[in-house]
Design a protein. Sequence first.
Length: 343
Amino acid sequence: MKRKLTAVLLTVVMAAAMAGCGGSKESSNAPAPAEGETEETAPAEAEEAAENVADAAEGSEGAYKVAFLCKSFTDTFCLSVKEQFEEAAKGYADKFTVDYFDSENTAATQNDQIETCTAAGYDAIVFQQVDAEASVEVVKAALDKGIYVVVTTGHIEDNGASWYVDADPYQQGQVVVDYAIEQGFCDDAEVAILSGPTGNFHSENRVKAFKDAIEAKEGATLVATEVAEWSKDNAMTVAQNWLVAYPDLKVILAANDDMGMGAVEAIEMAGKEDQVKVFAIDGTEGGLQAVSEGRLGATVKQDEKGYAVEAIKIVDALLSGSEAESLNIDSTLVTKDNVADFQ
């Protein structure tokens, strides 16, 4: 199971060369270089990401090698799952080692990392998908090489070829918007929605649940839906604009806690805490604290530990030659009444 550095680096160079000349499907779909960026810059960044994976793979003797690709180290929830995975992995140190990488919330970077993990001979790859469709071909290539691939905090559209640990995003959106309605916040109310990235499975289904409930609620009016890319800073800017454009706004529904907290801070800066209430999803540490303090109306607790532990159980079973099944785990509404149970 020893990795040969020279072979890995050769593969990296070849992959970078193919990216530069459009030699792969993923590379041909990559965005054009930004203004001021040379044509060599993008392949160089891809090569650097690949070299990081290759360097980590070098020198493995005996134990299985597992790669964990975090969607983004700046995404509070995804980073928390990664940290839970690190903790859980300590119990499997005699069976496999794990290397951790940041996909920087970029599908092209994540694809490069998966391809390089495949070339480097990792035995299993666990990742939090940036895009449910963009990684399908590189994942299938890894599976064809006998590498086990497990997606956690989501899944990809590969017809079940890989394994996954996921949740029902529509249910997550539904429970929190239903709570907002039941508590009377949406009575005769203008409502706005903060969305994650366009095309993201989890964001789109959470937002669909929000919209379905608001459209069915008599007296509630959806005045705006805007993409804030899971980002607190982006959401703060969007919310600041909304507070000016919609002076009677009463409710903001956010598809994750980071965006929800951005909206909360915008509302507080405008002095409208008594008028506008925010509801979100994820149950991050900051989100739970905000619910406890009454700054956030409610959140939905995703099971960070469950995403990590169940994924590592699947990896262990597969590497041990046993069967494993994908699964969905439950998410729980968190309000001021029960938030102490989750802190």
